[in-house]
Design a protein around this ligand. Structure first.
Ligand code: ADP
Ligand code: MG
Length: 249
């Protein structure tokens, strides 16, 4: 199913300092992203000169060992962290050059986030937590939120509060919250880390439906959940060391 595309990666790298024509219309384009952490004694490169592109309806994976810079890469592309150097574009929109309020606007409208720590609001019910990304939830929004909870296997928790849910249940609540406004870009960090195998497969199925209207970008060290990804980027020590593209017949 996989073909190795080192040749095209080399091409991408050799074009790094020019501005290559985008591979995808309306996709995300990361150009020479670098993130360093400076301490008095040394500088750590969390991400080092990484360039990649993801199409607007692709399922993309980012894999690599712990500490290889996967999460940092997700934060940089989604603008939650500012790069030490490098640029991010969404289609023609120069995201990394936008003002903080433009970025915030763009994120609210276009992005959904699912992180390892779910950060639920303790005094809101599960259903209310799921609806947080929507300013004035209508009946349709509530129905969709309940449908997501159902598909994630936690419909019976809708009226409960976060402190009445297990860790794995809270993660699934945060997944419904990430999906509820049908974002164009869904950024997901280690979705199956706190879930058993069967539940992991269920949530991947739900996340996968995202690509009917947007892109799904998943960071993981579990290659199995990327079986039907369109592209898998491999990181090591902050560097992009290769990528595999799925060939569909
Ligand atoms: P991954 O998600 O692949 O486990 P991360 O992106 O979290 O990797 O981290 C990449 C590197 O950056 C690691 O070496 C990590 O120790 C370092 N790092 C991450 N956050 C910080 C921080 N706040 N301060 C210093 N170093 C950090
Ligand atoms: Mg990580």
């Amino acid at each position: 199913q996989w073909t190795h595309c080192h040749a095209s990666l080399h091409l991408m790298n050799s074009l790094n300092h020019a501005t290559p024509a985008p591979l995808f219309e309306g996709g995300v384009r990361a150009q020479n992203l670098t993130l360093t952490y400076a301490s008095p004694r040394s500088t750590t490169y969390a991400v080092r000169d990484v360039s990649l592109e993801i199409g607007p309806q692709q399922f993309a994976g980012i894999v690599g060992p712990s500490g290889s810079g996967k999460s940092s890469m997700l934060y940089l592309m989604s603008g939650l962290r500012t790069a030490t150097s490098g640029e991010v574009f969404f289609g023609d929109f120069h995201y990394s050059a936008a003002t903080p309020s433009q970025k915030l606007d763009f994120r609210r409208r276009e992005f959904g986030f699912i992180f390892q720590s779910p950060h639920l609001v303790p005094y809101l019910s599960v259903l209310e937590n799921v609806l947080v990304p929507i300013e004035n939830p209508k009946t349709d929004d509530k129905a969709f939120a309940l449908e997501l909870l159902e598909r994630l296997g936690i419909a019976e928790l809708a009226a409960k509060f976060p402190n009445e849910c297990s860790g794995g249940e809270r993660v699934r609540v945060s997944m419904a919250r990430g999906l509820v406004h049908r974002p164009k870009w869904l950024w997901v960090d280690e979705p199956t880390a706190s879930l058993d195998h069967v539940t992991g497969a269920t949530v991947m199925n739900v996340l996968r439906t995202q690509t009917q209207h947007g892109a799904l970008v998943v960071v993981t060290h579990d290659l199995e959940i990327l079986d039907d990804a369109d592209v898998v980027f491999k990181m090591r020590d902050g560097v992009l060391v290769g990528h595999d593209v799925a060939v569909r017949s």
